[in-house]
Design a protein around this ligand. Structure first.
Ligand SMILES: NC(=O)c1ccc[n+]([C@@H]2O[C@H](COP(=O)([O-])OP(=O)(O)OC[C@H]3O[C@@H](n4cnc5c(N)ncnc54)[C@H](O)[C@@H]3O)[C@@H](O)[C@H]2O)c1
Length: 272
């Protein structure tokens, strides 16, 4: 490995099990020399899988519901103590839609569920940055990354209200990125990742269709969770200091495609 994060301190949200994108990012950050705190919603801790990641990466775990300012303040205060100084990188890898889980159609949402999903998936990013910013908890040239999906720009019908949550999330990265850059020299970006087989991903109706279609459309094929981890490490490192307020596609080229030969083959009328 390259010691790209040697001496850097971080907070990693969202490692639930070994398929989680955040799990792979934590493993890579550890390999690159970082020290960090792992956090997830108290309810997710019950499954206990995060303990093995903590052991493997010599990390401490601090539970925090990302919709609770109290939890987030406690998380940041304790992280500053545990890590022995200000924070260099933060990963927001959080997503949840109750409408998706319950199979409610987009055109007939349950708005209590919509509110909850928005709070967890999008507003939580603002809350996290609010706490970091107001406590002046980030080091200069620090880096904050959230994970997103291209349904923020284009319609994928079964992605449901998560599409709207992701659009809001990406907008927060730009808006907060301005103030964090101006006042603390901290960069804020979102990575728009290929469909990836994880707990959250598999909750989307027809997920295998998403995955296979994107694979056939992308000249480089879908980006895996491990490849997402590599990319994220580059954004946490000092090699990308002036990249901020961007939504960065990490999708094997999918986002710039119209049609690929492989997909076209399925539609050619052989009789003409
Ligand atoms: N899997 C995909 O296809 C895909 C593609 C693009 C982007 N993403 C995004 O990547 C991120 C990580 O998802 P994943 O695919 O690794 O799935 P995952 O299910 O492993 O991770 C989602 C995480 O969100 C956490 N979470 C839910 N509610 C929370 C709360 N109230 N407070 C704190 N944490 C909470 C869960 O416990 C879980 O760890 C999400 O933002 C997701 O939308 C996923």
């Amino acid at each position: 490995m390259y010691n790209l994060l040697k001496g850097k301190k971080g907070i990693i949200f969202g490692a639930l099990d070994e398929n989680s994108i955040a799990w792979k990012i934590a493993e890579r950050a550890h390999e690159e020399g970082a020290i960090f705190v792992l956090t997830n919603a108290p309810i997710a801790m019950r499954m206990g899988e995060i303990n093995s990641l903590a052991e493997k990466t010599s990390s401490q775990i601090i539970p925090a519901d990302a919709t609770s300012m109290e939890d987030l303040e406690n998380l940041v205060d304790r992280s500053l103590e545990i890590l022995g100084g200000k924070i260099d990188f933060v990963l927001h890898s959080i997503g949840m839609s109750i409408n998706v889980r319950k199979g409610n159609h987009y055109t007939n949402s349950n708005y209590d569920f919509t509110h909850k999903g928005f709070d967890v998936s999008a507003l939580s990013f603002h809350r996290v940055m609010n706490v970091l910013y107001s406590k002046n908890a980030m080091n200069e040239w620090g880096s904050i990354v959230a994970l997103t999906y291209m349904a923020a720009q284009r319609v994928f019908p079964d992605y449901n209200d998560m599409a709207d949550n992701k659009a809001y999330l990406e907008s927060i990265a730009r808006s907060f990125g301005y103030f964090f850059g101006r006042d603390h020299k901290v960069r804020v970006n979102t990575i728009s990742q290929s469909p990836t087989q994880t707990r959250a991903g598999s909750g989307v109706k027809g997920f295998s269709g998403f995955l296979n279609y994107a694979e056939k459309m992308s000249p480089l094929g879908n980006a895996t969770a491990s490849e997402c981890a590599d990319y994220t490490i580059s954004l946490f490192s000092d090699l990308t200091k002036k990249v901020t307020m961007q939504n960065l596609f990490h999708d094997g080229g999918f986002s710039n495609m119209g049609i690929s030969d492989v997909i076209m083959d399925d539609f050619i009328d052989r009789n003409k």
